[in-house]
Ligand binder design. Structure first.
Ligand SMILES: Cc1ncc(COP(=O)(O)O)c(C=O)c1O
Length: 396
């Protein structure tokens, strides 16, 4: 009889006991708003910002309501105007083009390679064609391109780099934390990311002008002196008059549950990579499955895995996904033309100008994706990967 996997792919680990205690502490005193502090008290939110800035190795950090809000706030802080073209990779998820579109700006999609990384040739071409001055790179599903090459390309072409690190929190490029190459970088603490506060986002930068604008934009009611990981008071001189309040602050309850999780992030990243390693090595045994080659300088966090079923038609992939689901294994197919459960292909974003990215479309046509929650044991991962491999044996 066929084996069956019976755990949920959307069940996270419970939060650590310390997170429950600090949440209860905030609930007991009731000061949930980040600026609601007693004399000489630093809010949970400000403390989280300081701790996250130290973790990444950056001067300034701002916590906000979501990862998508962080992206839009970063774009506003670099002065994106309505109708301005903003480059981004065509393989990403809806909050990225959504953040660009939310400012009335125009996403310009850049092709990706077989390794799921931004295509530098197409990037140069799209810079020439669009005359854009901004690249919002999304390290989609934790795949980090050659950041040395990207940084020198951006320097040479005078492109402002914004990094979407929603999937690379805890990851590195050549031992440098993900998020340190851009002028500003954004993270998400939405439930399925590497820290879990339900919803939430973090924005980091070493640039005092940019960060003072971001803090005012996020809705600081001119109480920015209550932030710890912030620029000097004099850096807010002009921005406080010219940056509109677009409220999107994080609250103390979320910050209180994130701080204890941050302490455990490095251990959790190791745990993800153990699970990723088990699944990858079993999938590698099937000659129907193509694995993604990862650059040697990339320090990834294997909280999800992607693989190809080359040479299989759309109908064949749909059938394969259904068969795996019947055995309890939940796969997403990035090639599906219909947007569906967190996954969408770039040509389903009808709110942006239609764009032809044939290389990306062909790459996604056989690309499958699977979450790896830490609630799965290593034995669970073995079972899941064996089910996938067995089902590839059934492919026509
Ligand atoms: C690639 C990517 N970027 C950004 C975000 C934005 O995060 P949030 O859901 O916190 O707005 C997400 C969330 O799904 C994402 O997958």
């Amino acid at each position: 009889m066929n084996s069956y996997f019976d755990k949920s792919f959307t069940q996270q680990e419970p939060l650590p006991g310390a997170a429950l205690e600090s949440a209860m502490n905030v609930l007991r005193h009731g000061r949930l708003h980040r600026y609601n502090v007693t004399e000489n008290e630093d809010s949970e939110t400000s403390l989280l910002e300081k701790e996250f800035a130290d973790y990444i190795g950056v001067k300034y950090c701002l916590s906000v309501a979501s990862g998508g809000y962080a992206l839009a706030c970063a774009l506003r802080a670099v002065g994106v105007e309505p109708n301005e073209p903003v480059l981004t990779n065509a393989f990403t998820l809806a909050p990225v083009p959504g953040a660009i579109a939310s400012l009335g700006a125009k996403p310009v999609l850049v092709e990706i390679t077989r390794d799921l990384l931004i295509d530098f040739d197409d990037l140069n071409k799209k810079i020439d064609e669009s005359k854009s001055r901004i690249l919002l790179i999304s390290h989609m599903r934790g795949h980090i391109c050659d950041m040395d090459e990207l940084s020198s390309l951006c320097d040479k072409r005078k492109i402002i780099l914004i990094e979407d690190c929603a999937h690379t929190m805890g990851g590195t490029w050549d031992s440098t934390n993900s998020g340190l190459h851009g002028l500003v970088s954004c993270y998400s603490t939405q439930t399925y990311k590497h820290l879990n506060s339900g919803e939430g986002g973090l924005l980091v930068s070493n640039d005092p002008d940019l960060m003072s604008r971001a803090i005012i934009l996020s809705g600081s009611y001119m109480l920015y002196d209550r932030h710890i990981a912030r620029p000097e008071t004099r850096d807010f001189g002009e921005s406080k008059y010219y940056s509109p309040n677009c409220s999107g602050r994080m609250d103390n309850l979320r910050a209180a549950i994130l701080r204890p999780q941050l302490k455990e992030l490095s251990i959790k990243c190791e745990e993800w990579n153990k699970r990723y390693g088990v699944i990858e090595s079993i999938l590698g045994k099937s000659n129907r499955i193509g694995l993604i080659q990862r650059p040697s300088k990339e320090g990834y966090v294997g909280s999800s895995i992607q693989f190809y079923l080359d040479g299989i038609s759309s109908q064949g992939i749909t059938k394969f996904v259904v068969k795996c689901r019947k055995r309890g294994v939940e796969l997403k197919w990035f090639g599906d033309k219909e947007p569906n459960g967190y996954t969408s292909r770039f040509d389903s974003w009808k709110y942006i100008a239609p764009q032809d990215c044939p290389k990306t479309k062909s790459t996604l046509s056989t690309l499958l994706d699977m979450r790896i929650p830490l609630s799965f044991t290593l034995a669970d991962c073995e079972l899941i990967a064996s089910i996938i491999v067995e089902e590839t044996g059934e492919l026509d």
